[in-house]
Design a binder for this molecule. Structure first.
Ligand SMILES: NC(=O)c1ccc[n+]([C@@H]2O[C@H](COP(=O)([O-])OP(=O)(O)OC[C@H]3O[C@@H](n4cnc5c(N)ncnc54)[C@H](OP(=O)(O)O)[C@@H]3O)[C@@H](O)[C@H]2O)c1
Length: 178
């Protein structure tokens, strides 16, 4: 899997189930990078999209433990074991991990890389991405020059995981904040 995220100086990613910043050029980058891909996300992230709708032309796999959460426009995984089964047919493809906070924290070490938009700003937040600069198994591979969008300065950086873990069978192995 490949994680894709936009973080600010504090690795903050969201507040009140919304994004922190409107970044038009980064949204285009996000659309290009995820086009035709298989996406994995938590139920709250799906609901944060416009109209709570899945992203078109992509396979949207959504994690939810709630048996009453049923929809026919997405694929639902009730736990990581089910997610693993659902991802079997896509082993040779780049599956994108879309967040949010809980899903990133649980699965980041199962990703081979992370595409991190770093916004040079800070804002009140209640959701965060793991700080990859502090995780010994992750290394920074590259960063673009500073770019501007929506009044913000940002760079897009790529991180690589030197020790990729398999998807957990049992979420008690993971799940905590790192
Ligand atoms: N800046 C960015 O790039 C970015 C990207 C994505 C999201 N975000 C932000 O992140 C925030 C959302 O993050 P979040 O942590 O609140 O929510 P989330 O991770 O998107 O979704 C949490 C939900 O996913 C389900 N879930 C999580 N782990 C599961 C597991 N092991 N098995 C089954 N279901 C599982 C549960 O759904 P049920 O409650 O239905 O059981 C849980 O309540 C929003 O503010 C959003 O805007 C930002």
């Amino acid at each position: 899997m490949i994680a894709i995220v936009a973080v600010d100086r504090n690795y903050a990613i969201g507040r009140r189930n919304s994004m922190l910043y409107h970044l038009p050029e980064d949204l285009k980058h996000f659309a290009r990078t995820t086009r035709d891909k298989v996406l994995v996300m938590g139920r709250a992230t799906l609901e944060s999209f416009p109209g709570g709708k899945p992203l078109p032309k992509r396979v949207n796999i959504v994690l939810s433990r709630n048996p009453d959460f049923k929809r026919d426009d997405i694929v639902i995984a009730r736990d990581f074991a089910q997610l693993k089964d659902l991802l079997m047919p896509y082993q040779d493809e780049d599956v994108m991990l879309l967040g949010g906070d809980s899903v990133y924290h649980a699965l980041i070490d199962c990703c081979k890389s992370a595409i991190v938009t770093k916004v040079d700003a800070e804002a009140p937040a209640d959701k965060y991405f793991p700080n990859l600069d502090e995780k010994p198994n992750w290394e920074l591979v590259s960063c673009t020059e500073n770019m501007e969008t929506g009044g913000y300065t940002y760079r897009i950086c790529e991180y690589r995981n030197k020790r990729i873990l398999p998807l957990p069978e049992n979420e008690s192995l993971f799940g905590g904040q790192t």
